[in-house]
Design a protein around this ligand. Sequence first.
Ligand code: PEP
Ligand code: MG
Length: 541
Amino acid sequence: MIVATGKSILNGIAIGRIKIYKTPVFEINEGTAEDPDAELKRFEVALMKAIEQQGTLYEKALKDAGEESAAIFEAHQMMLEDDDLQDSTREIITDQKHTAEYAVKTAFDSYAQMFAEMDDPYMRARSADLIDVENSVLEFLMGMDTSSLQGTEPSILVAEDLAPSETVKLDKSLLLGMITREGSSNSHTAILARSMNLPSLIQCKEIDDSWDGKMAILDGYNACVYIDPTEEIMKERSAKYEEDLRMRKMLQELKGQESVTADGRKVRVYANIGGPEDIERVNENDAEGVGLFRSEFVYLNSNEEPSEEFQFNAYKRVVEALAPRMVIIRTCDIGADKTIDYMNLDKEENPALGFRAIRICLTRKDFFKTQLRALLRATAYGNMGIMFPMIISRWELVEAKELLEECKKELLAEGHKIGEYELGIMVETPAAVLCADELAEEVDFFSLGTNDLTQYVCAIDRQNAKLEKFSDTHHPAVLKAIQMTVDAGHRHGTWVGICGELGADPTLTETFLRMGVDELSVNATSVLPLRKIIRSADLSK
Ligand code: PEP
Ligand code: MG
């Protein structure tokens, strides 16, 4: 048995034979065109067909994976319809007298290179899309048929990389899972795989042609693939696979239903997300909103401090896509375990107790204001909440709110629209719990960050695996702190949610409901399991 590891983009298990998928290579020489007019016609015909094909792929993606994923093919269509790109290609044919193939390769490659050099990581990623549409035109020019590459039996597909159009062209009924050597979790292929619910591994550096035809288990939970698995592994992972199937079937029936107890108490079940790439997961799991958008992932996924425009686009995409559902965006929670090179933060003895989150933001005010401006601009596009992390004192909250007001004034003067929004804080320190009454006077909501709250209440480093034995997620002090926060919030008309991992603990759901918790924000895949528990709870008993 071989065990190869990678990065999992979807929790799930696929069992089946491996099929090695080879993307066709286009051999194109610097050919001279004997008849440039004829070459030009060939280009126009191939271009029209490629544009048409993107439309077909859009429809297929819409059906298989939903609007958000399908949108990429609209973008592809627009790239192909770009006048400058078309004219550059035509010029290479007519003025430089080259073949249509050579002209397409040269013009499209140079545009792709331009995208690859852009600062904005989102635009950089579009370079792969240009190559994708280039290949589509070349396929038509060279009369290539790629439909047979997948084979005819259901299989786990292994490839160097897969372009979005390759992924969507695949016959889903024959696709058990995907493994690629390259790829990033933000790539459209990953987004498509996620929304098609396909267990997938990316960045699996050990893939090998010799795997072709071998039996394998793709284990998304453990981010690995077992080639020629032992009987024991096969038995164990098959059981997990069956359990997943049973669970998924049962939970699908809960979609569209309310999260309400048998005696009529309504609780909001929201999802935690890290960025726009998770929109599909929110929809797929029928979350009623987003209770925690960890905006620091927007910073972590970037090689440099993300600009206001870049952040605004990321926040707007989420808020707009999920409107009218609530989306609570937490301001940058950098520091402790989440470090970023370009922030140039000093090494600290006690990073969990150190310079992090709101402490950085209130020290580096220009840095903070860039984010606040982006957030405020996004409020115009849906229903939003802004939340500050790691608050311990009222003055921090007051200062953050003053900065928010300052940004608001600037933006209005510049002519930007600002919508309504709710304001809240993470309650994740003992200080915030003990001062919850006075903090509640300043905000619309509290969200209990039980991951940090547990670490600080119990003095247990959440990063230290050696402390497992002493760590008790149900510690009475933590539960008491939650009850105190809910009571203090409610005394002042402030609603209270939980967005730490404890919120998804099914053994505590009823306890939280009895405490009066108004919202639970959990990993998207926990939304429907929680809804099931809530619907079977009866608080009147
Ligand atoms: C928490 O502390 O519970 C929380 C939700 O925030 P994070 O895990 O990002 O620190
Ligand atoms: Mg936290």
